[in-house]
Design a protein around this ligand. Structure first.
Ligand code: GLN
Length: 273
């Protein structure tokens, strides 16, 4: 299977930032229902004078964040984790990572439990009401994962099908806006398992994560529909008013976009099996 080539194309397309704000990404799903889980995992990086940036993430979103035996920050690995570490280093600081449910991240930020959220988080108008977003660092879109023999070829073909999404993700917002009923799962892996078990027909999820799931599971393919799913931009969220940290994050991101670090990380993590 020449999946590597396709993944690479997807990633290269994704890193060409377009500056377009998500159309179907206007999330209304920032619920406060979920509980933060698991303890923080301090980086064992070199000592620094500049203090610590305490990031929050939800490590259920490969290739951006996932748990590994040896990650870049403790057991946390992925594109976002490498970016977080570099942002801290760039500012003479240390990165800490706290794991919690996706839905809890913005609440934790507003409560001051964490300083920043890095979680493949799409900028949406709704979220931007409660937090500030950094310079975007990655462009994605929603795609449909289906079985290889599926007759679903566009978003309109989802009519009457069993649709699975992940709770609180922009994919849920999109499907909701399209007026389809769906089932929401806590994790992308659960939604994909439902698909591989034949209990659902299509999973709507972010493009790079979809590529990872398709590479890891036999018999699945990605269906794109750019007319139905607009571009979404991932950015880091900080609390409103924390302009000092936002500037530090932005200058590091801009440097990494310019020198190709982020593109390299995207290719590296998408091609890793
Ligand atoms: N980009 C999607 C969103 O912001 C999913 C992010 C994630 O699961 N980490 O909702």
């Amino acid at each position: 299977m020449k999946k590597g080539t396709k993944k690479l194309a997807l990633v290269l397309a994704a890193v060409m930032l377009t500056g377009i704000l998500a159309g179907c990404g206007q999330s209304g799903a920032d619920s406060q229902s979920s509980q933060a889980v698991s303890a923080e995992n301090a980086s064992s990086a070199e000592s620094t004078q500049g203090g610590t940036i305490k990031f929050g993430t939800n490590p259920e979103f490969p290739p951006f964040e996932f748990v590994a035996a040896e990650g870049v920050i403790g057991t946390f690995d992925g594109i976002d984790m490498a970016i977080a570490k570099k942002i801290a280093e760039e500012n003479g600081m240390e990165a800490e990572m706290e794991s919690m449910e996706f839905d809890s991240l913005l609440v934790a930020l507003q409560n001051g439990q964490i300083d920043a959220v890095i979680a493949g988080m799409t900028i949406t108008e709704d979220r931007a009401k409660s937090v500030n977003f950094s310079t975007p660092y990655y462009t994605a879109t929603q795609v449909m994962i289906v079985k290889e023999d599926s007759d679903i070829a566009s978003a309109a073909d989802m009519a009457g099908k069993k649709i699975c999404v992940v709770q609180g993700y922009t994919g849920e917002t999109c499907v909701n806006k399209m007026g389809y009923s769906y089932e929401a799962f806590k994790k992308g892996t659960e939604a994909v398992m439902e698909l591989t078990n034949g209990k659902c027909d299509v999973v709507v999820i972010d493009s790079a994560t979809a590529a990872k799931y398709v590479a890891d599971n036999e018999g699945l393919k990605i269906v794109e529909d750019p007319d139905a799913f607009e571009n979404e931009e991932y950015a880091i969220a900080v609390a409103k008013g924390n302009d000092e940290l936002l500037e530090k994050i932005n200058s590091a991101i801009e440097k990494m976009l310019e020198d190709g670090t982020i593109s390299e990380l995207a290719v590296q993590y998408l091609d890793a099996e």
